[in-house]
Design a binder for this molecule. Structure first.
Ligand SMILES: [Zn+2]
Ligand SMILES: [Zn+2]
Length: 358
């Protein structure tokens, strides 16, 4: 049924039920509208949300679901009113493909907070059809939701910037942590955290990684360039760093205590949550009052800022550390992701390994 909705044949890998197992899937994409850009997908990153979505862990998955929102590729066709892109351009699409274009959020370049924001996959598009993500051979997306990937960024390692990158870049900027001399903590050294370290360092901040795994220390400091490393279960280490941080980017989506993190903040320090724990976390209030501290959140970023993030990454040679995989490894990769067994992001080589079964 879904393969007959639109005129353009498409092929991808979809999960059909909450087992989350992905398998080949024929579907269709809309014809290139006047404001649309069509592109051939070359690479797509595997984000932790893909895993949650294919298993319906947030309870709103509509099957079949084609995941993928760290998508890069090459433009194959542009609509008659497209002004920023031409055939052959290197482009990317992140977590959203539509918004209302008329609310305050849209007017202020934060389409990511538009109440009618349309997610790249598993959402209803303006025309009522479901959106399908980047574990597929082609995309057709409104020009406004496409970013340009500068020539010096390798496409495979740039793909994760489109979700992981903007998720940490935006709060560093918004909460004023993007400055030389700021002391920034990064909690969790995974897909998001390792990019957060790179961005914060490039912005001139002093960066301390806070992790439960002592064996990540060398990597954090030597490969990623962090200035210091704290083991979050080591009380002595935490106490030694109390009251030293201007802000913390907390990428952890598992249940975890906030009190020790609030303790690490200076007065007026900001604890920013970008992970999404399934159950509410406990918020101790006294330590917030004593020091006028703030706990905030952040979710991806608007399109203007996403382009700024990619351009900043290109200027500072920032990409994700990746393991490139063929599409038929995707189910194994999901299993490894669940165990955090990847440094630090899987990226699917779509163009070379995904072949339509016809
Ligand atoms: Zn994501
Ligand atoms: Zn809007």
């Amino acid at each position: 049924m879904s393969s007959a909705e639109h005129p353009r044949k498409a092929f991808g890998w979809a999960a059909r039920d909450a087992s989350g197992v992905l398998s080949p899937f024929n579907f269709s994409r809309r014809a290139t509208g006047e404001k649309d850009v069509a592109f051939k997908v070359l690479y797509c990153g595997i984000c932790h949300s893909d895993l949650h979505m294919v298993k319906n862990e947030w309870g709103h998955t509509v099957y079949p679901v084609v995941p993928g929102h760290e998508i890069v590729g090459e433009v194959t066709e542009v609509g008659s009113n497209v002004t920023k892109f031409k055939v052959g351009d290197r482009v990317g699409v992140g977590c959203m493909v539509g918004s209302c274009h008329s609310c305050d959020n849209c007017a202020n370049n934060v389409e990511n907070y538009c109440p009618k924001m349309i997610l790249t996959y598993g959402s209803k598009y303006h025309d009522g059809t479901m959106t399908y993500g980047g574990y597929s051979d082609t995309m057709v997306v409104e020009e406004h939701f496409i970013v340009r990937i500068p020539d010096n960024l390798p496409l495979d390692a740039a793909a994760p910037l489109l979700c992981a990158g903007i998720t940490v870049f935006s709060p560093l900027r918004y909460y004023g942590l993007d400055r030389p001399g700021a002391h920034v903590g990064v909690v969790g050294l995974g897909g998001l955290g390792h990019v957060a370290v790179k961005f914060a360092k490039a912005m001139g901040a002093k960066v301390t990684v806070i992790s439960t795994s002592p064996n990540k220390k060398n990597e954090a400091i030597e490969s990623l360039g962090a200035d210091a490393f704290l083991i979050s279960r080591n009380q002595d280490e935490l106490e030694g760093a109390m009251g030293t941080m201007d802000g913390i980017i907390d990428t952890v989506s598992a249940h975890h205590p906030l009190l020790p993190l609030i303790g690490l903040l200076k007065s007026h320090g900001k604890l920013v949550l970008v992970g999404a724990p399934e159950k509410p976390l406990e918020l101790p209030v006294f330590p917030l009052l004593l020091g006028r501290k703030l706990v905030g959140g952040s979710c991806i970023g608007g399109m203007k800022e996403t382009q700024e993030m990619v351009d900043f990454a290109a200027k500072h040679n920032i990409t994700a550390d990746i393991e490139v995989i063929p599409i038929d490894y995707v189910n194994t990769a999901m299993g490894r992701l669940l165990k955090a067994d990847v440094k630090y992001r899987f990226v699917i080589d779509i163009a070379n390994t995904m072949k339509a079964s016809s």
